[in-house]
Design a protein around this ligand. Structure first.
Ligand code: F6P
Length: 402
């Protein structure tokens, strides 16, 4: 597994540590428990973590020095990748299966690939991010899209997270459909489970028992659309609801990289008078997440563009109805009216109306939540998803994801 910017054992919610890290960690652990020998190469952030760390029998993270010590934003990592490539090269066997992640991983794998099969998961697509967030020089779209194009065309199989992404990779990057395989991410359905006693969890967290809790979480990054969530929350509060809502947002760890986005959100909280209707928490420890989902009533994924949204699966596994963005993968998972609602988050009126609908209808919340859990059990457990990856590797003649 090659994931330069995303350490799979990083603290989720820190800058550039997100769903990709959970995906690589869980996929690797489940492949390893099925007998594969998995090594995961990632950049050493010099944050005190060991240079090699085994986290499940057969799964080891190898941290590679790459550029200056400390955090380097993923958009600025390219000049340092030759050092990474040289270090990993010595560790590989010619027939190893390579599975690269995101454009930085694809760039490394392209330089290292020999006889073994090479798989690549996009995690996010430059041309779609550019469409959602144009005119942002800091994202270096030209460079990224050039590397993505080489990677998608050079690898043996691109793993698309949804049929929609399969089509986008085909249409936007000219990759033949036969060279794309669709496998969604998974969720640990034994860790993320419905709450047995929501009221007790509420008391534990100090949340009011009588409010309808509308929860969202993620990295404090403009793509995640938390400004849009706060705008919609403000509209719900201004219009009034029959049941009292409490909006809970977990985002941000105080990093300087987040300062501009944080200031933008603070201005909205102030100007929309959200006051007591909002609880803004910093990044939550991953182990505590099932309790937070369990204590909530509705989950929201307000991204401007979301390739998939692993947090949506976590919420569904905890039997929450989901209000998710129409832009990207959630539209292939959420069944409107049956597991949640799909909205254009930039349209504050319809977004607020969707939130109000679920805030005011406990029966709908329950039926949507139960169906979401059933869908996760049937199709999205990591056991199922890891098996699908292993079958794809085998079909290309590989056995070890290393
Ligand atoms: O690095 C954090 C992360 O969320 C990864 O999990 C993901 O692959 C990537 O960012 C997506 O980045 P973007 O769409 O911003 O390029």
């Amino acid at each position: 597994m090659i994931t330069p910017h995303g350490d799979p054992l990083g603290r989720i919610g820190e800058p550039d540590i997100g769903g990709q890290c959970v995906y690589v960690r869980e996929l690797s652990a489940h492949l390893a428990s099925a007998g594969h020998n998995v090594r995961i190469y990632t950049r050493d952030r010099s944050d005190g973590k060991p240079s090699q760390e085994s986290f499940a029998p057969g799964a080891t993270v190898v941290r590679i020095p790459c550029g200056p010590s400390g955090f380097v934003p993923k958009e600025e990592i390219l000049p340092h990748l030759p050092e990474f490539i040289d270090a990993v090269r010595n560790d590989l066997e010619p027939h190893d299966v390579l599975h690269s992640h995101y454009w930085d991983g694809g760039h490394v794998a392209g330089a290292l690939h020999k006889e073994g099969p090479w798989f690549h998961t996009t995690h996010s697509i430059g041309k779609l991010k550019q469409a959602a967030l144009p005119d942002k020089a800091q994202y270096r779209y030209d460079e990224r899209i050039r590397i993505e194009t080489d990677t998608y065309r050079g690898c043996d199989r691109v793993i698309a997270l949804t049929p929609m992404e399969e089509d986008q990779i085909h249409q936007l990057y000219g990759v033949q459909l036969e060279r794309i395989v669709v496998i969604p991410p998974g969720v640990n359905a034994r860790v993320f489970v419905p709450a047995e006693d929501k009221a007790a969890l509420r008391r534990e967290l100090g949340w009011p028992e009588d409010a309808v809790v509308v929860f969202t979480l993620g990295r404090l990054d403009e793509r995640k659309g938390f400004d849009l969530f706060l705008e919609a929350a403000g509209r719900v509060v201004a219009r009034g609801t029959s049941q009292k809502p409490l909006f809970v947002l977990s985002a941000g760890d105080g990093s300087p990289q987040e300062a501009a986005e944080r200031a933008k959100l603070e201005r909205i909280v102030e100007s929309r008078g959200l006051g007591d209707a909002l609880l803004w928490l910093s990044v939550l420890p991953e182990a505590s997440l099932p309790r937070y989902y369990g204590a909530a009533d509705v989950f929201v994924l307000p991204s401007r563009y979301e390739p998939f949204g692993i947090v949506m699966l976590e919420a569904m596994a905890c039997a929450l109805p989901v209000v998710a963005t129409l832009a990207g993968g959630p539209a292939t998972v959420i069944e409107p009216g049956r597991t949640g609602l799909l909205v254009d988050p930039t349209d504050t009126d319809t977004f607020a109306a969707a939130l109000t609908e679920l805030i005011e209808d406990p029966d709908k919340r329950n039926t949507c939540g139960r169906r979401g859990r059933a869908i996760v059990e049937a199709a999205y457990s990591w056991e199922i998803i890891a098996r699908r990856h292993a079958e794809a590797y085998d079909a290309k003649g590989g056995s070890d994801a290393r």
